[in-house]
Design a protein around this ligand. Sequence first.
Ligand code: AMP
Length: 415
Amino acid sequence: MRVLLLGGGGREHALALGLAGDPSVEQLIAAPGNPGIASLAELRAVDPCDPAAVAALAVETGVDLVVIGPEAPLVAGVADAVRAKGIPAFGPSAEAARLEGSKAFAKDVMTAAGVPTARAYTCTDAESTARALDEFGAPYVVKNDGLAAGKGVVVTDDRAAALRHAEECGRVVVEEYLAGPEVSLFVVTDGEAAVPLLPAQDFKRVGDGDTGPNTGGMGAYAPLPWAPPGLVDEVMRDVVHPTLAEMARRGTPFAGLLYVGLAITADGPRVIEFNARFGDPETQVVLALLETPLAGLLHAAATGTLAGHPPLRWRDGAAVTVVVAAEGYPAAPRSGDVITGAEGPGVIHAGTRRADDGTLLSSGGRVLCATATGADLAAARDAAYALVAGVELAGSHHRTDIAAAAVEGRITIPG
Ligand code: AMP
């Protein structure tokens, strides 16, 4: 099979490793890709958010499958444009991608489907925002209604800061705070059949001990030794299938990757958010453990044949990824610094580029994801940090506590 992969971050490098490792893949093309993906795929300088350009590239290269990594092309309708050419695309339609593109739409679907989630109000003015904040009390949760690359959410005890964020965003969702450890569950679906991947946990705050501002994600690990038994079955039954049924009922079936972000509260799992694509950096750890060939799985979802796909196989052990971020990330990341030590296996490229002379340079906030597997979580964590130690990038920073609480058995579910 010939596959076109869209995107150029760490998630796409992890997807490229999975796709290139599938024996059924004879050629992998990526647009725009990155220097890490360049060793696995032929790169094409096409804008992944331009539906007509991507569809033309898919036709020109004669691919059997287009895998869409980031959310922006989905919301722009790239999956629709590819499918209109008769080519299978892994990724939801623009209509279905609103599950991620609009927090208010997602809440509406969850309510209609009876999915357990935080109570919430959509607010567009200071008065209704203040009323909602006071009803729920601190900590305050205010979410930008539109796409914000994982950075549109403010969780704070500071009421004035919550109001300020709402005013800056215009239209926001104010919701009750959910207390409990977070889980990311990825579900591959063709709109009807649905296959869960291993649950993972990511680290959104920039600093150790979950301090500082939210980021796109500073690290992740899988599986979750502390997860309640039966968690995945419960989420499939109470969240995923009702949501897929509601989307189908509305005439906009969701096919692709449904990312369910959950808090495990005293009352059970509650949905924090849906995303319409693989999460970054959880993809790096989940795919590191997936033994089943990736392209075959995504092709089955893209062609409505997932019900006939064999059960997934997983490697034993655990995986950990640690993000190496640029100086100034997330507020004002500096780019253009020389990177060394990033050539070995396990170093996934997220924000890198090659200078004309071949030097590897930083070109984004999250620069590299040091990813390793091990016999258990502690071994995987140690191996990932050994990779971090081998990377040199002036001014870079990383969290030193990725997976630490899980390794030390310090994660507890409230109640
Ligand atoms: P989101 O973009 O909706 O995933 O929000 C980003 C992060 O904000 C989440 O991963 C949580 O850590 C936090 N968050 C969002 N909503 C809530 C909530 N209702 N209660 C507690 N934390 C939340």
